[in-house]
Design a protein around this ligand. Structure first.
Ligand SMILES: Cc1cc2nc3c(=O)[nH]c(=O)nc-3n(C[C@H](O)[C@H](O)[C@H](O)COP(=O)(O)OP(=O)(O)OC[C@H]3O[C@@H](n4cnc5c(N)ncnc54)[C@H](O)[C@@H]3O)c2cc1C
Length: 385
């Protein structure tokens, strides 16, 4: 076991941090206010190779792994400009296509994902199924050599920026019972594909959408992977998702702590910096410990995943996601407290993070579902639901 990053990883961390510092939280705030996407940052990150770090070199990627991709997400978030769609496009969609796609599918999608010119959304959540993915009803019906896909999805991020959506459905002959998922790449301009924005109380440039799939005609090559490989393919994408969500939370926690520490060292209301009061310094120190512990578990999950241990990575990725969301939430809350009234002043960039950091407790998987997983699989307790 080695806790020292390689020279390449350290250089990558520095380079991504410099890119993030050039954009920063103020850029994100401007984009939210203007109702725009973070295209400039996204495309520059793609050009610099940061979006395809985990993808094979043969298809334009960096040939590294989830360790490097999560490192990039963490450093952007630590500058206040983490990218929600990095959780989705390179981590979930890129991974699934790279691992289970045909050579044609890889040629078609991966180079654009790696250089930032193609965004792919990911749709599993359904209005009636919610956390219970076994209940999803989006169904693919065979139609000649291709498919017809119908269903509804909810809270799907970034559909308006996306060229396609990786949709989790089931086949008609596996319509009920335990989920036997199939994964379809659905172009967003396909007839029968429609989407509507959902009004969300979140200051994030990437929005969430309701998807309507009405007998969408898909060619045979829209299906990624094996119809019978079931859950393994899906989880191959969901572990990277959880690692990347952890990275977003860890980076956000770091960002909030940096802001708080700077302020606490400068602001003096009783003659000494407020950071000299243990009522402020201890909770910040505690938040620092929590962020570092979450980061360690995230790095373990990424290292296991990159070593090919999907099962081990699954447990660690879930634990990391839980710990990182809690750590980020606590760090942001304590940072706001440290800044007093300025914690809510737009200039300081912390107030809106109260809601966005909180998302980590719900999405992409809720903390209760993670605790269910840990109770059942890690502890061996009976299934409770
Ligand atoms: C900002 C944002 C972005 C998102 N982006 C995407 C996306 O790009 N693609 C996508 O597919 N989805 C996306 N989602 C959806 C997200 O994954 C779901 O909201 C999440 O998985 C929870 O599902 P739900 O909202 O249906 O809640 P529900 O399943 O209705 O759960 C409601 C509450 O009940 C709890 N609960 C449910 N079952 C149990 C149980 N058995 N034991 C204990 N507690 C339980 C949950 O933990 C939760 O607290 C996004 C959501 C948000 C908020």
């Amino acid at each position: 076991m080695n806790f020292t990053e390689t020279a390449e990883q350290a250089a990558l961390r520095k380079a991504v941090g410099e890119l993030g510092a050039r954009y920063g939280h103020e850029y994100m705030r401007r984009k939210v206010a203007a109702g725009e996407h973070t295209d400039e940052l996204w495309l520059e990150a793609g050009k610099l190779g940061f979006l395809g770090l985990n993808l094979p070199e043969r298809y334009g990627g960096g040939g590294a792994g989830m360790y490097e991709l999560s490192l990039a997400q963490e450093e952007l978030a630590a500058q206040g400009c983490g990218q929600l769609m990095m959780v989705v496009t390179p981590a979930i969609c890129g991974t699934v296509i790279a691992r289970f796609g045909t050579d044609e599918q890889k040629q078609r999608w991966l180079p654009g994902i790696a250089d930032g010119t193609t965004i792919m959304a990911f749709a599993i959540t359904e209005p009636d199924a919610g956390s219970n993915s076994h209940k999803i009803t989006t169904t693919g019906r065979r139609d000649g050599s291709g498919w017809r896909l119908s269903g509804r999805k909810v809270f799907i991020s970034g559909v308006d920026r996306a060229a396609a959506v990786l949709v989790v459905g089931r086949t008609e002959d596996a319509k009920t019972g335990r989920l036997k998922p199939v994964l379809f790449i659905v172009p967003t301009d396909a007839p029968g594909f429609d989407y509507q924005p959902i009004a969300m109380d979140l200051a994030m440039p990437d929005k969430q959408f309701m998807l309507y799939l009405d007998e969408v005609a898909l060619a045979a090559d829209a299906l990624v992977g094996d119809e019978d490989a079931a859950l393994a393919q899906l989880f191959a994408g969901l572990n990277p998702e959880r690692i990347m969500a952890s990275a977003l939370s860890v980076g956000t926690g770091r960002y909030a702590l940096d802001k708080a520490v700077k302020y606490a060292n400068e602001r003096a209301v009783w003659g000494a910096p407020i950071g000299s009061h243990q009522g402020l310094s201890h909770p910040l120190a505690q938040a620092k410990v929590e962020v570092e512990l979450a980061k360690l578990m995230m790095q373990k999950a990424a290292a296991l995943y990159d070593a090919g241990d999907d099962m081990g990575a699954g447990e660690s990725a879930n634990m990391a996601k839980y710990a990182a969301a809690e750590a980020a939430m606590h760090a942001v809350d304590q940072a706001v407290q440290t800044l007093g009234g300025n914690g809510f002043a737009s200039e300081y960039g912390l107030g809106t993070l109260l809601a966005t950091a909180r998302v980590g407790r719900v999405a992409p998987v809720s903390r209760e579902m993670i605790l269910n997983f840990v109770a059942q699989f890690s502890l061996g307790l009976p299934k409770s639901y």
